[in-house]
Ligand binder design. Structure first.
Ligand code: 4AZ
Length: 342
């Protein structure tokens, strides 16, 4: 609970906040979860097409959201809106902020067949004002490790059991699953850009409608980092079918490039994207293998065409990492003097 900050070595002279929950008074769908309280997951976003929620997303900066690429197969920008600052899909708590999306940037290596590189950066039409209920999560260092068994939080307005959704934001704690074990469970269809979380016995999981939303891990008390983005799985909460998430440590360099590819022309003083930080270290990730089959449930933004979430042949695109361990990034609240980072 409580907020926190992280300061980054890249942002000389600044400190940007991310990953905290200043509006959470008490620490506190997803299958097998609980209702989230106001401010408990201040980076959670609902993406709607018209009035229909179709996917989750996560706030990573004042003008930037991160979601799953598979959410946007057929979405029309003009009907797309992001809702933030609320736990109610209907806006019942009066805190909801609605923002238009200016641009959707799916990862250039996104593979809709096997859901590799399943991330998209969304540029907001206007910058967010962070408050108790609207905060960015921290991006992890490229080398940050989320160890097997670590408990992290998933959240969303998706189905609370296969086929049934809820209007109130749900959250659940899931454990990080060993990459090789998960790869076996999914017939070797995982790539390095994927990370599994859940329980081998099932029961708690993300589900349809949660796609694009966060898998956030508390790295130090009160400080949350984005380990994954809800991507796919076979069914929901089934034994030996954990949720599969896009692995942010492996996608982070592209994410940073995407948000820094152009200066902010539309607002502000021409600074670059605000950035936050991370400081944890260690190595992460595991091998990934292509191949395989199995009938899978796919990810699914309702809107978009559901990618055949089935693992199939793999064409594993080469990881497109650029530099190395950059510290994480983007939050938005600048605390210090200075301009943007990067
Ligand atoms: C989906 O269809 C979906 N159990 C999301 C997450 C999972 C399965 C399906 C993981 O959006």
């Amino acid at each position: 609970m409580g907020g926190s900050r992280s300061t980054d070595g890249l942002c000389f002279g600044f400190s940007l906040e991310c990953g905290g929950r200043p509006g959470l008074s008490k620490p506190s769908k997803i299958v097998g979860g609980l209702e989230a309280s106001q401010g408990e997951i201040p980076w959670q976003v609902s993406l709607k097409e018209g009035s229909r929620h179709f996917c989750g997303a996560t706030i990573i900066g004042e003008r930037w959201l991160l979601s799953a690429a598979h959410c946007f197969n057929q979405t029309k920008l003009e009907y797309l809106k992001a809702y933030l600052g609320t736990t109610s899909l209907t806006g019942a708590d009066g805190n909801a902020v609605k923002v238009s999306i200016k641009k959707v940037m799916p990862h250039p290596s996104y593979n809709p067949i096997i859901l590799d590189f399943d991330v998209a950066v969304l540029e907001l039409a206007s910058p967010l004002h962070f408050n108790k209920y609207i905060q960015p999560v921290c991006l992890p260092l490229a080398v940050q490790k989320f160890p097997v068994g670590k408990k992290c939080m998933i959240s969303g307005w998706g189905n609370v059991r296969e086929g049934n959704s809820d209007k109130r934001l749900q959250k659940a704690s899931v454990g990080i699953i060993d990459q090789k074990t998960c790869n076996v469970l999914y017939n070797f269809s995982l790539t390095d850009r994927m990370i599994c979380a859940g329980f081998l016995e099932g029961r708690v999981d993300s589900c349809q409608g949660d796609s694009g939303g966060p898998l956030a891990c508390e790295e130090t008390p009160g400080l949350f980092y984005l380990a994954g983005v809800v991507s796919w799985g076979i069914g929901c909460a089934q034994a030996k079918r954990p949720g599969v998430y896009s692995r942010i440590t492996k996608l982070k360099d592209w994410i940073l490039d995407a948000i820094s590819s152009k200066p902010n022309l539309s607002s502000g003083a021409g600074t670059s994207p605000s950035t936050a930080t991370a400081r944890t270290s260690t190595t992460s990730s595991s091998p990934a293998q292509p191949s395989s089959n199995e009938a899978a449930t796919s990810p699914g933004s309702q809107i978009a065409t559901k990618p055949a979430a089935t693992p199939r042949k793999t064409t594993t695109a080469a990881p497109k990492t650029t530099g190395a361990a950059r510290p994480s990034q983007l939050p938005g609240n600048r605390r210090g003097p200075g301009l943007g980072c990067l």
